[in-house]
Write a protein that binds this ligand. Sequence first.
Ligand code: G4F
Length: 332
Amino acid sequence: MSRRRALISGITGQDGSYLAELLLGKDYEVHGLVRRVALEDPSHRLRRIAGILDRITLHAGSLESFPSLYQMVRRVDPDECYHLAAQSFVSYSFDDEFSTLNTNINGTHYMLAAIHEAAPHCRFYFAGSSEMFGKVEETPQNERTRFHPRSAYGISKVAGFDLTRNYREAYGLHASIGILFNHESERRGFEFVTRKITAGVAAIASGAKSELRLGNLEARRDWGYAPEYVAAMWRMLQQDTPDDYVVSTGESHSVREFAELAFSLAGLDYRDHVAGDPLLYRPAEVDLLIGDPSKARSRLGWEPRTRFEDLVRRMVTADLETAGPTLKVTHV
Ligand code: G4F
C-alpha cells in the first residue's frame, strides 16, 4: 500500500512541527505549506523543523492566494490536510484587525475550496480555538457552548469554524474541527505569555535581565502540552465521521500562578521581578477558559497527560538550559 500523504499548513510553528514528527513516526509522506520568506531565512523560520527537513517536502505558497493553494493541493493530492496556519497572536489582532481577519478567514476559505475542488476525498482538520468562547457563557466550556469572541482573532476563528462546518454539510467534506485550549511547550513562540515568562525567568536567573513586564495576571487559562494536542488532531481525522471536539485539560490556572511557579522553580520570587505594564492589557480580555474534554476522551480515546506543574517545569528547565549550562530548576 502506498504511504498516506499529509499536507500541513503552518508546519513551521509549534503545532505544525510536532504534528509533522508525529506523522513521520506513522510513516506518512509529509508536505508543508510555507511562506516564501521562510525558505529565504531557514535558520530562523525553519528552526523548529530543522531536524526533519530531509524527510518532508516544503511548498512555497501564500494563504492569500487561492490559485497557489489550489495548484499545491493538486500537486500533493493529500489524504489528510491539517490547516494550522493563521495569525495566531490574539494581542496583535487588536493592532491589525484587518490583516488578521483577511489571513485567517480567507486563508481557511481558500484551503477548504482548494481541497473541495482538487482533492475532495481528502480529510480536513481546522484549528479552532477556545478564544471562540471569549466572554464565556458557561463553565466549563464544551462543544455546545455558545461562542462570544472578544477579538478579531476570536471572530476569525468563529468564521473559520462556520466555513468548515458548512463545507462538511454542503459538500460532504470529511472536515473536523478541534477546539483547542491553550497548549504550550519548549517550542512556544516568545510572544505568548507562558514562554515570555519562562524565557524571562531564565534571563533573570542568568543575570541578563532583572525585570519582566506583564499585563493581566488574573486571566485564567486551561494550559496543556502541545505534543499531546496534535495527537488529538490526528485522531479526529481517523474517525469515520467528521465532528468537532474540545481538547483541553479541564484545569484552569491564572497567569499569576504560572509566573509564581516558574520563578520559584529557578529559586526566585516573582514579586521581586514582575512589573505590571498597562500597555500589555488587551482592550477586551478573555478572563476565564476551562474546557471539558469528555467528548475527546470518550470518542477519540484521547487523554491529557501533562499537568500544569509538569508543563511549567518542562518549559523552565528548557529555557534555563539554553540560558546557561549551570542553571538548573530547584526542587519545590
Ligand atoms: O499567551 P497568550 O498571548 O495566549 P491567548 O491570548 O490565550 O491565545 C493563545 O491561546 C489560544 C487558545 O485559547 C489560541 F487560539 C491563540 O492562538 C493563542 O495560542 O495570553 C494568555 C493570557 C491573556 O489573558 C493575556 O492577557 O495572558 C495574559 N497576559 C498577561 N500578560 C499576557 C501578558 N499575554 C501575553 N502574550 N503577554 C503578556 O505580557
